[in-house]
Design a binder for this molecule. Structure first.
Ligand SMILES: O=P(O)(O)OC[C@H]1O[C@](O)(COP(=O)(O)O)[C@@H](O)[C@@H]1O
Ligand SMILES: [Mg+2]
Ligand SMILES: [Mg+2]
Length: 330
């Protein structure tokens, strides 16, 4: 079936979808729209890569001591410029900014984002993405406390995956919708309410860290690797893209379990991934699609944040596997 025939099957554009969501405030819809507009601009840069001179190192580092790629910096600036222009946005927080950035005093919403997730894949043409979380701002002059809300309080969240196809995945807390970027630069709705199956036989973990894992993770992965001869009684396959956003999309489309556990490389760190702009927004998408997300002990979305750049252990995906990991952690 070609694109025209597909369009005739009443597939709606992202704009039509957003306008139809009148259960949410117009100001929130407008905020979501600004994030998506910024992602379209990021997508244009990602797509051209070396032709636009945007690959390679920026030569700078972020607050977390990570080297920034040129595209990390470009994507961050595109989002900041777009969001500052929107009167509904009170402030933003980004992986690439030390502190929050105040936007418009009268704004009611806060946007938190990882401008580009999967930085190690930028220069090698493997899927990367922008992850975003939107919170409602409480009254008072803007301070860090306004941002430190539990994941369950997010009012919208999602990601744009710059992959083989560019897809926008959005939840407004009434399920999940997936939109695919067409050849005219328009997002068209392509999946409504995908469901993550409860059971799976596919897992994702960076196995090069095995010697640093804690006992419950060693035990869990041991069970999976034992396959049909072990306690789980079935064979498992493994995938590791090294872009969490791409792993989550695979899990959204066909199930699976993803782990980035706490390990002993740096015992002072609770994990590698960040709660506010990686785990929470992707967690809301996963939960809205029937999956689960935990820090191996409790529901991710019920963790009270203590810092904008707080790190967490992450286990997410098909419910049966996430529950097994939690069980092994006692
Ligand atoms: O290189 P590692 O340790 O496997 O880590 C990969 C993980 O790091 C991340 O790239 C972290 O995100 P950033 O690229 O935004 O820093 C995740 O997307 C991914 O799952
Ligand atoms: Mg990231
Ligand atoms: Mg990043």
């Amino acid at each position: 079936m070609n694109l025209m025939e597909n369009m005739e099957k009443n597939m709606q554009t992202f704009q039509q979808y957003l306008q139809s969501q009148n259960q949410i405030a117009p100001e929130l819809r407008d905020t979501v729209n600004s994030v998506v507009s910024a992602c379209l601009k990021i997508s244009a840069n990602v797509r051209l890569g070396a032709l636009a001179g945007v690959l390679g190192e920026a030569g700078t580092g972020n607050v977390q001591g990570e080297a920034q790629k040129k595209l990390d910096v470009i994507a961050n600036q595109i989002l900041i410029d777009e969001l500052k222009q929107n009167p509904n946005v009170a402030g933003l927080a980004s992986e690439e900014e030390d502190d929050f950035v105040a936007c418009n005093a009268q704004g009611e919403y806060l946007v938190l984002f990882d401008p580009l997730d999967g930085s190690s894949n930028i220069d090698v043409n493997i899927s990367i993405g922008t992850i975003f979380s939107i919170l409602k701002k409480d009254s008072g002059s803007l301070n860090t406390e306004h941002f430190l809300q539990k994941g369950s309080q997010q009012v919208a969240a999602g990601y744009v995956l710059y992959g083989v196809q560019t897809v926008l995945v959005l939840t407004l807390k009434n399920g999940v919708n997936v939109f695919t970027l067409d050849d005219k630069g328009v997002f068209i709705q392509t999946h409504t309410n995908p469901q993550i199956p409860e059971k799976t036989a596919e897992f994702a973990i960076n196995a090069s860290n095995q010697r640093h894992w804690e006992t419950p993770v060693q035990q869990y992965i041991g069970e999976l690797l034992a396959g049909e001869t072990g306690a789980r009684g079935k064979n498992y396959n493994m995938r590791w893209v090294a872009s969490m956003v791409a792993e989550v999309h695979r899990i959204l489309m066909r199930g699976g379990v993803f782990l980035y556990p706490k390990d002993q490389r740096d015992p002072s760190k609770a994990g590698k991934l960040r709660l506010m702009y990686e785990a929470n927004p992707l967690g809301l998408v996963v939960e809205q699609a029937g999956g689960k997300i935990t820090n191996a002990r409790k529901n991710m979305l019920e963790i009270q944040p203590t810092g904008l750049h707080q790190r967490v252990a992450v286990v997410l995906g098909s419910a049966e596997e996430v529950e097994r990991v939690r069980e092994l952690h006692g």
